[in-house]
Design a binder for this molecule. Structure first.
Ligand code: UDX
Ligand code: UDX
Length: 463
């Protein structure tokens, strides 16, 4: 099918590339010219395992194109994905100005044939109807220019053609660092809308994925498709992310109690996770959640609740537990080193999670700010950030290009991101080059016994 994806960020680019990989003809549109040039040259502006290989093969097959020309994309696609960012405003609500700009632009260029407009971006609940209204505004704007520029008055039938579209909500559940995998191996596909024709087209679009043709395990039953109304589909996205974030804050709360009663939260997580009603995933206690989704989606849902006069106190507590969790690391450092002023602290990992280059709301950034405020010297090594020269929020951090060199002269090491490569470091060599041999494991990721045998004083979170 002919697809246009507007916004080539973490979600849009992955969606466009994967849809072209399964056989669709995709045009990706982005208003960032240098990003478009980079993608036209075959390079991905983001780090996602497996993405650049698929980008290359799909571009070579002629099924994937990049442009900044929205009109071209709208004309091409029978299915138009809106995948531009919806970052949080200071108030916590979603900034939907980009979605509005794109929806209006689509309206300006709608011309022939029935189109399905898909909300892929996470938009506030009730936005589906709002997007429809904005698109119609764009259509009206165009008609006005037609008439006012002396063009022949728009015929009734032409107006009919231009409003010949439906809006569908198709929220994404992609985890950064495994977005390609998650696209081909979804637990479910959610389609929200009130048009059977649009829903049918979306199910046709996703057929190869529904039938597991690109799945790791092709023997699994077909992917369940949840077809519901627009608001419920939008709520599913917010509720899923808010539940996962709350589950993490829950285990972090338990970890903080474990710290005081001498229990081991990793054992507790194992023991409760085996209960099929709880499940073992997302029970990894540590410095807490960051990234571009959880913080934004939970605060947006809280904001929506407030808008409708409901105080979402459970969600608010999940957010405050998470905020406080970042200070736990600092408290442990102070407990170990007493005065931090003049001390050198080495951070292992900077990104909000492994296998991504995304620093948005990374817990490391808060920790760096606190350490600088207390006069500590901060060094850091991150497998991606150290190579990519990403400097956002890292102006006064010494970036090392080698994890073992990082330890040189440090009073303490703090593991902030659970990158796989940190399991294979030569910790005994690192301990020898340190003044004070403290290692705080912010993700309960390392083998405590091995680290202690290497000469460190190991400090975990609730362990
Ligand atoms: C996405 C979804 O938009 C968000 O709702 C979801 O919760 C997380 O993933 P993300 O892909 O991270 O957000 O957005 P971002 O990385 O900010 O990329 C958005 C892209 O859209 C950028 O490349 C930007 O250049 C482009 N853009 C933005 C447009 O093409 N047009 C615009 O008007 C605005
Ligand atoms: C999340 C959702 O998982 C995904 O479905 C949604 O589409 C986008 O938001 P993402 O934010 O990319 O994906 O990463 P995720 O793997 O969910 O981790 C989010 C944060 O929680 C990270 O900071 C991670 O370190 C933290 N986390 C995760 C924990 O602290 N403990 C855990 O057990 C799991």
């Amino acid at each position: 099918m002919r697809v246009c994806v507007i916004g080539t960020g973490y979600v849009g680019l992955v969606t466009g590339v994967c849809l072209s990989h399964i056989g669709h003809e995709v045009i990706c549109v982005d208003n960032n010219e240098e990003k478009v040039k980079l993608m036209q040259s075959g390079q991905s502006p983001i780090y996602e395992p497996g993405l650049s290989e698929l980008m290359k093969s799909s571009s070579e097959s002629g099924r994937l194109h990049f442009t900044s020309d929205l009109a071209k994309g709208v004309n091409h696609g029978e299915i138009l994905f809106i995948a531009v960012g919806t970052p949080p405003l200071p108030t916590g609500e979603s900034d939907t100005r980009y979605v509005e700009a794109v929806a209006r632009g689509i309206g300006n260029y709608l011309n022939c044939g029935y189109k399905v407009i898909v909300n892929k971006s996470t938009v506030p609940i009730g936005s589906g109807d709002w997007v429809r209204m904005i698109v119609l505004d764009g259509v009206a704007e165009r008609q006005k220019t037609l008439v006012t520029t002396g063009g022949s008055p728009v015929k009734e039938s032409e107006i009919q053609i231009e409003t010949n579209f439906d809006v569908v909500s198709n929220p994404e559940f992609l985890r950064e660092g495994s977005a390609v995998y998650d696209t081909f191996n979804p637990d479910r596909i959610v389609l929200g809308g009130n048009s059977e024709k649009a829903t049918a087209m979306m199910e046709e679009l996703y057929q190869p994925i529904i039938k597991r043709e690109f799945a790791e395990d092709k023997s699994l039953p077909a992917v369940p498709v949840v077809v519901t109304d627009l608001s419920s589909a939008e709520m599913i996205k917010y509720a899923a992310n808010s539940f996962l974030a709350t589950k993490i804050s829950f285990i972090n709360e338990v970890a903080n109690i474990c710290d005081r009663v001498g229990a081991d939260v990793t054992q507790v997580a194992k023991g409760i996770g085996l209960d099929s009603r709880i499940g073992s995933k997302f029970l990894q206690a540590g410095i807490g959640w960051g990234g571009s989704c959880f913080p934004k989606d939970v605060s947006a849902l809280i904001h929506t609740a407030d808008d409708y006069g409901y105080n979402a106190e459970l969600l608010k507590s999940a957010v405050s537990v998470n905020k406080r969790q970042r200070l736990t690391l600092l408290e442990k450092l102070q407990h170990e080193l007493k005065i931090l002023k003049g001390k050198t602290v080495g951070l292992l990992g900077l990104t909000f999670k492994p296998d991504t280059d995304d620093m948005r709301d990374a817990p490391a950034l808060d920790l760096i700010e606190q350490l600088n405020r207390l006069g500590a010297k901060v060094k850091a090594y991150d497998p991606i950030v150290s190579q990519s020269g990403l400097s956002h929020g890292l102006s006064n951090v010494i970036i090392e290009t080698n994890a073992e060199m990082l330890a040189d002269g440090c009073d303490a090491l703090v593991l902030v991101t659970d990158w796989q490569e940190f399991l294979k470091l030569d910790y005994s060599k690192m301990a020898k080059s340190m003044i004070n041999k403290t290692l705080i494991d912010g993700r309960n990721f390392l083998d405590r016994k091995a680290v202690e045998e290497a000469g460190f004083r190991y400090v975990g979170i609730g362990r």
